[in-house]
Design a binder for this molecule. Structure first.
Ligand code: MN
Length: 231
């Protein structure tokens, strides 16, 4: 037996400090996970965490020091940036307890959950799925992955995004409503997590539109900066 056509390549992300590649399984994303961002989206209070996914091949790897080129997507007039801490799992499992969650983390990266906000808003209004707003091609630019041992104190790190040199988003990972460990606990009740899963942990306040030609520069203290130009 053979494939009827060649299978798509496995999406991979380089690992900082080695020649190894991290093979991506799924991309889970957490919605409204910083209080001030929840407010700017019209919500308040600590909701139960909720999730959506992007396809693994939405990843656009940008190596450290390089400027990635993201094509401005079709069908939108309102493309938004969402800078996020990305958690890369090296070990899967079901019903993982928050206290054990860190054993499952391989490393961390910086990512952008790029969002066609107008299409997402229309989907919300109509009670439709979010995929067209969130899961489009190249919608997940990200840096290489830093293994946990080299990543420093990520959970208290600053997180920020500038557009064309002007500050747009600035917060701290410690302000996550649902911490990384709690997120893994709840996610692993809904899905069996696997090595290779990425978790986009949520964005702080300050999301806004970007245009073709804009340069996005963001980061999480202790990780490589992410530079993306919209083309
Ligand atoms: Mn997001």
């Amino acid at each position: 037996m053979s494939y009827v056509f060649p299978p798509a390549p496995i999406t991979t992300v380089p690992v900082v400090g080695s020649d190894n590649l991290f093979p991506v399984h799924r991309i889970y994303c957490v919605g409204r996970n910083y209080a001030e961002h929840a407010k700017e989206m019209g919500f308040t209070g600590r909701e139960a965490p909720f999730f959506f996914m992007k396809p693994a091949d939405a990843v656009l790897v940008v190596s450290d020091g390089a400027t990635g080129e993201m094509p401005y997507p079709t069908l939108t007039q309102d493309l938004h940036h969402e800078i996020e801490l990305v958690v890369a799992l090296g070990k899967g499992g079901k019903n993982i307890k928050a206290a054990d969650a860190f054993e499952h983390i391989f490393g961390y990266a910086v990512g952008l959950d790029m969002t066609r906000r107008d299409l997402q808003a229309e989907a919300k209004k109509q009670g439709r799925p979010w995929e067209i707003g969130k899961g489009f091609d190249h919608s997940a630019p990200m840096t290489p992955i830093v293994p946990t041992a080299q990543a420093g104190d990520i959970h208290n790190a600053a997180i920020w995004l500038n557009v064309n040199g002007a500050k747009r988003q600035s917060s701290e990972v410690t302000k996550l409503i649902w911490s990384v460990a709690e997120t893994i606990e709840v996610l692993s009740q809904a899905w069996e997590l696997q090595a290779g899963d990425l978790i986009f942990s949520g964005t702080p306040e300050g999301v806004a539109a970007v245009l073709k030609g804009d340069l996005l520069e963001g980061g999480v203290q202790g990780l490589p900066a992410l530079k993306v130009k919209l083309v």
